[in-house]
Write a protein that binds this ligand. Structure first.
Ligand SMILES: Cc1cc2nc3c(=O)[nH]c(=O)nc-3n(C[C@H](O)[C@H](O)[C@H](O)COP(=O)(O)OP(=O)(O)OC[C@H]3O[C@@H](n4cnc5c(N)ncnc54)[C@H](O)[C@@H]3O)c2cc1C
Length: 283
């Protein structure tokens, strides 16, 4: 059976892994950190813990449980997903991982910086996907907004097609070796399309487009790269937790519904069993 790649080791990703791995699928879980549970403290509303459970313990025990059953855990960041003849390839900070099916379980969906007019210009100068939209900006002047490894990766993607690319760190530290402007951004301005970036010190700079790559690629950014449908910042799935792209499923906080552990675990169970069925049918 081909590999199942699960992005995220929170309750949704781990629950999906438990069902898939016990059903016989080779499972790789890729996660960069503890997700929402790393920010939480004592969990008192999850089944089975008389005095509650520390969110950190719940997270760590879940990861160990999945590993114990045979899932492979890789601690790295995923920058994007692309199609291959065999299925999918995830681009990571350390290379690439191939899979026959993918479950996106990477928590709340979007990393949008608080810049005035950002939503107004989405699709009209503001993009969330270098590989999808770089082509439209050939010969133009563009910027990547972000200050981490994901921004660096989007910059490299854009540089293959566009020569004039600047990183706008929006107050963050400059990325070594890349052309950076560290001023904080106040707003995007233009008419029908984005024309200028206005900084908080009152200065302005002309750009034809900006690519948002703040923090890590969230579900929304990953979705854009393979054409997944989304609404209100959440990935669109059916009752099988299947997205509109065959072989890609989603679970947990990145899809609609309550942002709670019990619901993420339930989503993960469905996504894991459905991804397993999908892989079995592929053999
Ligand atoms: C402060 C706080 C308190 C909370 N308290 C409660 C509570 O008391 N009870 C309750 O039921 N719920 C609570 N929640 C909500 C609960 O934590 C979430 O609903 C749940 O963790 C969602 O699970 P998930 O697996 O969908 O996402 P997450 O737990 O957020 O996991 C996301 C995973 O995806 C990984 N990831 C994301 N992007 C990438 C990428 N590009 N590459 C690689 N990996 C990536 C992350 O590293 C992480 O492993 C709380 C949340 C917070 C923030």
């Amino acid at each position: 059976m081909k590999e199942l790649l699960i992005i995220g080791s929170g309750p949704a990703g781990i629950s999906a892994a438990l069902y898939a791995v016990r059903g016989g699928a080779p499972v790789t879980i890729v996660a960069k950190d503890g997700g929402a549970l790393a920010k939480a403290d004592l969990i008192q509303n999850y089944y089975g813990f008389e005095y509650g459970v520390s969110a950190k313990d719940l997270f760590e025990t879940g990861v160990k449980q999945a590993e114990h059953l045979g899932a492979k855990i890789v601690r790295t960041e995923i920058f994007g997903i692309e199609f291959t003849e065999e299925g999918f390839r995830a681009k990571t900070a350390d290379g690439a991982i191939d899979a026959g099916a993918v479950i996106i379980a990477c928590g709340t969906a979007r990393n949008v910086p608080p810049v005035r007019n950002i939503e107004k210009f989405e699709g009209a100068g503001v993009s969330y996907c270098a590989i999808c939209d770089a082509f439209f900006y050939r010969g133009k002047k563009i910027a990547v907004v972000g200050d981490g490894a994901y921004a660096r990766s989007e910059f490299a993607e854009l540089k293959n097609v566009v020569s004039d690319v600047t990183i706008l760190t929006n107050g963050g530290r400059a990325l070594e070796g890349l052309p950076c402007n560290t001023k904080k951004i106040a707003s995007f301005e233009g008419d029908e399309t984005l024309k200028e970036v206005v900084y908080t010190d009152g200065t302005r700079e002309t750009f034809d487009g900006v690519f948002i790559a703040c923090g890590s690629a969230g579900a929304f950014e990953l979705a854009k790269k393979v054409g997944l449908e989304s609404a209100n910042g959440k990935l669109t799935v059916n009752e099988k937790r299947a997205t509109n792209v065959p072989g890609i499923f989603a679970a947990g906080d990145c899809i609609p519904g309550l942002q709670q552990i019990a619901k993420a675990v339930y989503d993960g169970m469905i996504a894991g069993t459905e991804a397993l069925k999908y892989l079995k049918a592929q053999k």
